[in-house]
Ligand binder design. Sequence first.
Ligand code: PLP
Length: 491
Amino acid sequence: MMYQSTRDHRLHTTSTHAVLEGIAADGGLYMLDDLTALDFDWRSVLEQDAMGMSARILEALLPDFQNMEELVRQGYAGKFETDELTPLVGVGDRYVLELFRGPTSAFKDVALSLLPRLITAARDAEGIQEDILILTATSGDTGKAALEGFRDVPGTRIIVFYPHNGVSAVQQAQMTTQAGSNVCVCAVEGNFDDAQTGVKDIFAACKGKELPGVRLSSANSINIGRLAPQIMYYFKAYADLLHSGRIKLGHPVHFVVPTGNFGDILAGYFAKLLGLPVGRLVCAANANNVLTDFIATGVYDKHRPFHKTTSPSMDILVSSNLERLLYLLSGCDNEYVASLMNQLRKEGRYQVSQEILGRLQADFTGGCCTDHQAEQTIRQVWRQHGYLLDPHTAVAWEVSRQFMESRQDNAPVVVLSTASPYKFPAAVLTALDEVPGEDEFAMMDRLQALTGVPVPKNLAGLRQLPVRHRDVIGRQEMLDYVLRKAGEQVW
Ligand SMILES: *Cc1c(COP(=O)(O)O)cnc(C)c1O
């Protein structure tokens, strides 16, 4: 089965090529037509360990890769706090699926630990000699997870740009202390948009040109190689509920997902198409609730105030992975998807047909949560259950509460948890009625003293690590910087 662009069925390609290219030439996303037609025995997958599940799922979705089992073990083994990768924890009357137990305490680790292995395997399969040079602009979390994922992976190099003085002290320390012989971190004068536009300009300037010894690529969240590894944890959570006797095989489980770019929740939809008995997929948003409105009305309208919230990874008004869902719900109608995306670009708005809205609502429920509600949720869940939520997970918890009030069954509800509370110590301390203070590291210590929840090792050790990356450049110097770095044999 071939991948094709969501916007043009003539642009089709293999899974290895889709991973290397990231995005199709027409700006569409690479997608398979029918996941239900894949050769995949979802029941037997539930008997595997987390890495085995990942390998089976990826073999089905990315059939042109060899030795998937080995790639998966190289990507994950020994890097997560537990070989379970994503533990499921009972909290009160629901479950929390902890996706933040990876090397940088970010949910992005699940995908970015594996993507580099997929990229090098694709590079070998396509007979490419040059190093793959990954360029990324980051507002904080993704950059670190990408650096850690690509670190010392043969055949790859990575340059991460972040806004100078525009990330938290902890995020900055995470990046500037990054080890590895193929990694480079550089601050850009300006904000995140400046850094991101700078990276886009570099891709445009280098398009069709040969750079000496390297081939440019990106690691962003629309790459199918980032999406596919996320399907695993839905199976893992289901298997845990099954093996603990909470459910019988075939019974549904509901999942509540804190959503930004729509990758995390879309992976849950893929799990359902592969056969897993997923009940409702509940899309949780913060005050930037464009998706909540879309699921309720079928109108996607990005013209609305942008709110900076305490859950910054969900402060998104255009969720790029939604395009893949529209493609599937429209029966793989490329022209229809292209016209919607065109309207979004030109008018900032589109409306789907009643038929598609009906299909959307058959699987998805939407909900949203203000910063104030999230803060109250962190306090309440801590006081009642002794479990410490980060602000993103708190959004999902509150939406799960709304969902549980209205649902008709008593199937288990799993809340996906996308960050360690220690990534957001100021917001969490405030929620616990403390005055946060200035120094994030001191705040982490105070949060640990107050709650007894241990600081993840990778964060606790940061202060002692030597700074390795000190470059600061202007927005206009980014292209020259990349060209110079690409020419250097040793970093
Ligand atoms: C990326 C991220 C999300 C949103 O995930 P999407 O796949 O973009 O929907 C939620 N929470 C945290 C902490 C994240 O880093």
